[in-house]
Design a protein around this ligand. Structure first.
Ligand code: GYE
Length: 317
């Protein structure tokens, strides 16, 4: 009898050990990130990694260098590693159906962050957590229309061709521009969301327009391209922030520094500290919740020289 008791106690002990081990084994998440093309992206990657550590998540982080083929490879490797969930920030909107089907067949839930995908079957991902890029474009357009008093030619630096961030921001901005018959975008080209890209495109605009003759403003789909464009304009002896008004998106520390130096005018802030929002959704899903909106919207707002110092301080700069 006594030995039976011991055996039973031993068994119970073993069972609770197994249970403990299971609850202690970390959630494994694969995250396919766009790249490291901008200050916003780098800050977002850092936030995702720091937050994973803080929450005890085993994060498999993959930087795709702005190449969709690298993202597809990363997602397939996450599937073969049997991660608990996959998070994708897609470089471009097209080309995702097949790999999303493969994840579904492997019973691994997929979550989109930041950029969007175009897919015929929205059940291939759980939800998307991101800012409203179209609204960001509208906010930028509304500020600029007001600053230009409804009149003036402008040039545009587009983000990565085929990316949701570039497409939706452009559409939002254009919907506002369309309300003002005397505001016209006379030059537009992609600078691929990088500082260098923005600089080179602006140099070519300067050449093609005899030193931006008649141009009143520049609209850039992100701050880094604008920072490059500011360099190009200054090198050409122009005065960005004064003769050429500027508006862009992201709200990275350097754009507020540029505002304080008088070289930039306005930026729509895109939050980069959204790791907790994303992991929160993933964890709820893994705990059994199924009822999610198809889009969890992160708010964005516009900043100018009026609050540049304050915002920069908050960002630790
Ligand atoms: O604005 C830009 C980045 O997809 C919204 O990508 C994001 C954009 C962001 O590289 O800086």
């Amino acid at each position: 009898m006594k030995s039976m008791k011991y055996a039973l106690a031993g068994l119970l002990g073993l069972a609770s050990c197994v249970a403990l081990a299971a609850s202690a084994s970390a959630t494994t998440i694969g995250f396919s990130q766009v790249g490291h093309e901008s200050d916003w992206r780098t800050a977002f990657s850092k936030n995702m990694q720091d937050e994973a550590k803080a929450e005890g998540i085993d994060l498999k982080f993959s930087d795709a260098n702005q190449k969709e083929e690298d993202q597809l490879k990363a997602v397939r490797s996450f599937i073969s590693q049997k991660v608990d969930a996959i998070i994708i920030a897609p470089v471009v909107v097209t080309g995702w159906d097949q790999v999303l089907k493969e994840a579904k067949a492997a019973n691994i839930p997929v979550f989109l962050v930041d950029r969007d995908v175009e897919t015929a079957d929205k059940s291939l991902y759980v939800t998307r957590v991101s800012a409203d890029f179209n609204l960001e474009g509208r906010l930028a357009g509304a500020w600029l229309a007001q600053a230009l008093k409804g009149k003036g030619d402008i040039v545009e630096l587009q983000g990565t061709v085929g990316s949701a961030a570039a497409q939706y921001r452009m559409a939002g901005f254009n919907s506002i521009e369309a309300l003002f018959p005397l505001i016209k975008t006379v030059k537009t080209q992609s600078g691929d969301f990088t500082t260098q890209g923005g600089k080179e495109v602006m140099e070519s605009f300067i050449k093609a327009t005899d030193g931006l003759k008649g141009i009143k403003a520049v609209w850039a789909h992100n701050d880094n391209m604008l920072l490059g464009a500011i360099q190009a304009m200054k090198e050409a002896g122009l005065k960005p922030g004064k003769d050429i008004l500027t508006v862009s998106v992201d709200g990275v520390p350097d754009i507020f520094r540029a505002m304080l130096a008088g070289d930039a005018n306005a930026s729509v802030e895109l939050r980069s500290d959204i790791g907790p929002d994303i992991y929160g959704v993933v964890k709820e899903y893994l705990a059994g919740k199924r009822d999610f909106p198809k889009w969890v919207v992160i708010p964005s707002d516009l900043h100018t020289i009026q609050d540049a110092a304050e915002v920069l301080k908050k960002k630790g700069g």
